[in-house]
Design a protein around this ligand. Structure first.
Ligand code: F6P
Length: 365
């Protein structure tokens, strides 16, 4: 056992789930408890557990056998937020600042630090808690890969693998029926999942939020392929893609959530327009939450484990108010404020876009 003054830490997973969360928890618990004799408790359902002091003790038994499990053994919530907590009043929600309750529970449990695993919303709240006196360590999670300050978030590799597998399957049926198959992937306002799965799955058209599309350019690409004897086309569209001068396709507003807008449905809109203009049969597939489920890929297990190990190191060194990050092939840590507030979008001068364009892939521009 190594000596440390740290006696007890808390951990929580908040925001949308993704494959790899359990791998982070496993690394944290194994290192903290077995190497340093630090007690670990896990708050249930993200900040909901911290607010209501609902937690479980985490030891070797809980951390065993979870490396390959999707989801999170702790549960999560993307609506429970200490600084804007929704309570029902009649048929409406009203919002209360319950951060004092969350802070009191941290103190009541005599925690030396709290490791928060999450994306933009979770880590923005974590930064506020740090400013209000808690010792916070952040771990970057999201399938969207849109967190600043880190080259990769875990969950992304698994999500784009799932999306690629779906594109592979759509390819064969597109070919048999000579159809245009449009597959909509997640990613919010960033096109990372569409770009990577589009590249890996050989999409003919890739539409990302960073490059507004012109419907006539997409149709021109499909017609050009037909002239060349390719009677089918695959379009990979990010849920946040929009036409030049047009709007996002919103599927739902979740008032209680940090980011209230839920995107979705752009693929159906495109299918209708393309079929009308080209007279080629189009079908839309919206992949949705399957991209967040299932077992983490080996690459995500590795990244998640590295993040978990770094998070414990940060606690031991007292590096609070910071987030573990991947820069190049190195795990480092950066101030939380560098990670939140500004999303990491696909740069327009990305080498990936350049290569794909050289190969004839259309981005609808
Ligand atoms: O941020 C992860 C993500 O899956 C996005 O890609 C998607 O837009 C959103 O969450 C969906 O959120 P919910 O689970 O609330 O429907």
């Amino acid at each position: 056992m190594k000596k440390t003054t740290i006696k007890k830490i808390g951990v929580l997973t908040a925001g949308g789930d993704c494959p790899g969360l359990n791998a982070v928890i496993r690394a944290i618990v194994k290192i903290a408890t077995e190497k340093y004799n630090i007690k670990v408790i896990g708050f249930k359902d993200g900040y909901e557990g911290l607010i209501h002091n609902r937690f479980v003790s985490l030891g070797n038994r809980e951390a065993s056998g979870i490396l390959t499990m999707g989801g999170t053994i702790l549960g999560t919530s993307n609506t429970a937020a200490p600084y804007r907590y929704a309570v029902t009043k009649g048929k409406k929600f009203i919002y209360q600042d319950v951060s004092k309750k969350a802070i009191a529970n941290y103190k009541k449990n005599k925690l030396d630090a709290l490791i928060t695993i999450g994306g933009d919303g979770t880590l923005s709240t974590a930064l506020k808690l740090q400013r209000d006196g808690l010792n916070i360590v952040g771990v970057p999670k999201t399938i969207d890969n849109d967190l600043s300050g880190t080259d990769l978030t875990f969950g992304f590799d698994s999500a784009f693998t799932t999306a690629t597998e779906a594109i592979d399957k759509l390819h064969t049926t597109a070919q048999s029926h000579h159809r245009v198959m449009i597959v909509e992937v997640m990613g919010r306002y960033a096109g990372w999942i569409a770009l990577f799965s589009g590249m890996a799955g050989g999409g003919d058209v890739i539409l990302i939020p960073e490059i507004p599309y012109g419907i006539e350019n997409i149709c021109a690409k499909i017609k050009e392929r037909k002239i060349r004897g390719k009677r089918f086309s695959i379009i990979v569209v990010a849920e946040g893609a929009k036409p030049v001068g047009g709007e996002l396709t919103v599927s739902q507003i979740v008032e209680r959530s940090f980011d209230q807008i839920r995107l979705g449905g752009v693929a159906s809109r495109l299918a209708e327009e393309i079929e009308r203009r080209t007279l080629i049969e189009c079908r839309a597939t919206i992949l949705g939450h399957v991209q967040r489920g299932g077992i983490p890929t080996p690459a995500d297990r590795v990244l998640a484990t590295r993040y978990g190990a770094e998070a414990v190191d940060m606690v031991l060194k007292g590096e609070f108010g910071r987030m573990a990050a991947l820069q190049g092939n190195k795990i480092v840590n950066i101030p939380l404020q560098k990670a939140v507030g500004k999303l990491k979008l696909v740069p327009l001068d990305s080498g990936l876009i350049r290569s794909l364009k050289k190969m004839g892939v259309s981005f609808g521009d």
